[in-house]
Design a binder for this molecule. Structure first.
Ligand SMILES: Cc1cc2nc3c(=O)[nH]c(=O)nc-3n(C[C@H](O)[C@H](O)[C@H](O)COP(=O)(O)OP(=O)(O)OC[C@H]3O[C@@H](n4cnc5c(N)ncnc54)[C@H](O)[C@@H]3O)c2cc1C
Ligand code: FES
Length: 283
């Protein structure tokens, strides 16, 4: 059992939780994730390890309530416990001193997921820029955290309520137009955003590493649910990624596989809200 040490709302339906996980905290590195299961009849879901304290033995997760399990997670309070937290899973991001600027482009929960990677690239001696995207100012998360570890932070909101009006790709284009010498772009967030950024950087030959969030069941390379096609080969995101060359990902396949359980996800949510219980047990 893993006690929730802190719970904070950051934006509408977006939460920060600090969870006691001494074994995960001892070993995790930037770019890795956990699979958690709230109770014995619950499904396992992957969440990125956004921060950790090895001595105090906790990790920080940031999540959006978008379906049955994340809604249930959001009902837990400080002092409650999560049944299983397995990790750290996935390969750590490859962090090194690069030629040119490292640009982390984050959207939605991807902003928190990109934070430890941006910090690691800064610690490796790089110039680091973060470009954060949100629909509106109220939904923007983790700006201050990123300001503390980046040389520059830019924000784009769809409605122009904060930062530049438009998309993160507009901000990236602006940096390129201003002559920023970009060595590596790291988009993390909705697949459509990662696809668009990868398509933008391809003709410019700017290395682009994406952090894929395909549907995962076991998170350890056994079930095949997270499979994607990269450079024409089948790859398992959980055990071979989660970082891949964005120029080589078959985005259309990846995005269509993300929707493959939509019907079951909707049924689970309806069942949970109507009966107050999850599949196979009560909350
Ligand atoms: C490596 C990785 C790291 C992630 N990190 C974060 C994070 O830090 N914060 C965050 O808010 N979200 C993160 N996600 C997405 C998160 O796992 C899903 O939002 C969550 O599983 C949704 O579950 P649900 O039951 O609430 O919603 P559902 O209604 O079950 O699903 C809603 C949508 O979420 C996606 N999804 C559903 N189940 C899974 C699954 N098992 N694996 C991956 N995607 C799924 C699908 O696109 C689905 O259509 C991450 C995903 C991956 C693969
Ligand atoms: S989640 Fe099962 S193989 Fe990756």
């Amino acid at each position: 059992m893993h006690t929730i040490l802190l719970k904070k709302i950051l934006a509408e339906r977006t939460w920060h939780m600090r969870v006691a996980t001494p074994l995960v905290a001892r070993k995790c590195r930037a770019g890795q994730f956990i699979m958690l299961r709230i109770h014995a009849c619950g499904e396992r879901i992957p969440l990125t390890i956004a921060d950790w304290d090895r001595d105090a033995g906790f990790i920080d997760i940031y999540f959006q309530e978008i379906g049955a399990t994340t809604e249930l997670l959001a009902t837990l309070q400080e002092g409650n416990a999560i049944l299983d937290v397995v990790g750290p899973l996935g390969n750590p991001s490859h962090v090194e001193r690069i030629d040119g600027t490292f640009v982390m482009v984050g959207g939605g929960f991807g902003i928190a997921a990109g934070y430890p990677v941006a910090r690691a690239f800064k610690e490796a001696g790089n110039r680091v820029i973060a470009v954060l995207g949100a629909k509106t100012k109220k939904l923007l998360i983790c700006e201050e955290m990123l300001k503390a570890v980046c040389d520059e932070v830019y924000v784009a909101t769809n409605d122009g309520s904060y930062g530049r009006k438009g998309l993160v790709s507009d901000v990236l284009q602006g940096l390129l137009d201003e002559g920023e010498d970009i060595g590596l772009v790291f988009p993390v967030g909705p697949p459509i955003m990662m696809k668009i950024i990868s398509q933008m950087t391809l003709p410019l030959k700017i290395k682009t590493i994406v952090s894929l969030n395909s549907v995962m069941v076991d998170g350890t390379g056994m079930c095949g649910s997270c499979r994607v096609t990269v450079a024409g080969k089948t790859r398992f995101v959980c055990s071979e990624g989660i970082d891949f060359d964005g120029h080589e990902v078959d985005w259309d396949e990846m995005m269509s596989r993300q929707k493959m359980y939509c019907r079951q996800e909707a049924e689970a949510l309806t069942h949970q809200s109507e009966s107050g219980s999850c599949w196979g047990g009560s909350r």
